[in-house]
Design a protein around this ligand. Structure first.
Ligand code: 6GU
Length: 226
């Protein structure tokens, strides 16, 4: 999979994309991520990329021309499966969208700043508008990193243990059950004995029950989603 990201603060994306699982995916050639700085496409001597909004109001809006020029250049290299704008007024992101996007070949992520981007860019190019939660970030970069991480780890071959992603919280609309490792007694606190029983069927039933209980108390809304 190839992911292009348009940003006016490319350095915000360097670190999260170049560590651990995502780094390994890129080193293996399973995933490539390219960050494109919008600034050189800005207007005039100061390479301006934002301007006052029509109708008045606080906050600058990212101008359409620099974005259109860079998007057109990228589209001309190869078409995208989805062109995604990260925005707090997008549709909520969740595991099922991550699963869907992990099956694509080529994605373009557009990070906004200030009051957002000119609506005409959204109309002309954007195929999916995503929010990562009900709070406001100062730009789309951290949200883009969240998307790349959550999508990247689902691509076959990225995780060492391919079955592990399937048992994550949210993969089956349930939160994950508690997990334990050695020692079996930590400062007097024992690991639940069923996990030491070797009885796989009972262990699976216990995990399922714990997952249901956890979901009921913490995220009852997940039961209503489907
Ligand atoms: Cl995708 N962008 C910004 N700027 N803020 C957000 C967001 C995205 N999702 C939640 N808050």
């Amino acid at each position: 999979m190839h992911i292009d990201i348009i940003s006016i603060v490319p350095s915000l994306l360097d670190s999260p994309l170049n560590h651990s699982i995502l780094k390994r995916a890129q080193d293996k050639g399973i995933l490539s991520v390219e960050i494109h700085d919008l600034r050189p496409y800005g207007k005039g001597k100061h390479k301006q990329v934002d301007d006052y909004q029509y109708g008045g109001g606080a906050g600058l809006v990212m101008m359409p021309e620099p974005l259109a020029e860079l998007i057109e250049k990228l589209i001309s290299i190869a078409p995208y499966d989805e062109i995604i704008f990260l925005t707090p007024d997008g549709v909520p992101y969740n595991q099922s969208k991550a699963n869907y996007l992990s099956l694509k070949n080529r994605l373009l992520l557009i990070c906004g700043h200030y009051k957002g981007i000119d609506e005409r860019i959204r109309e002309k190019y954007v195929t999916l508008e995503i929010s990562i939660g009900d709070y406001v970030l100062s730009g789309g970069e951290l949200a883009a990193a969240v998307l790349v991480d959550s999508i990247g780890r689902l691509i076959p071959g990225v995780l060492n243990d391919g079955t592990s992603a399937l048992t994550d919280s949210h993969q089956d609309q349930l939160l994950a059950p508690p997990v334990y490792t050695r020692p079996s007694n930590f400062e007097g606190m024992e690991v639940p004995s069923i996990l030491l029983s070797g009885n796989e069927a009972k262990i699976n039933a216990w995990r399922e029950e714990q997952a249901i209980q956890r979901t009921k108390t913490r995220r009852p809304d997940l039961f209503e989603e489907n």
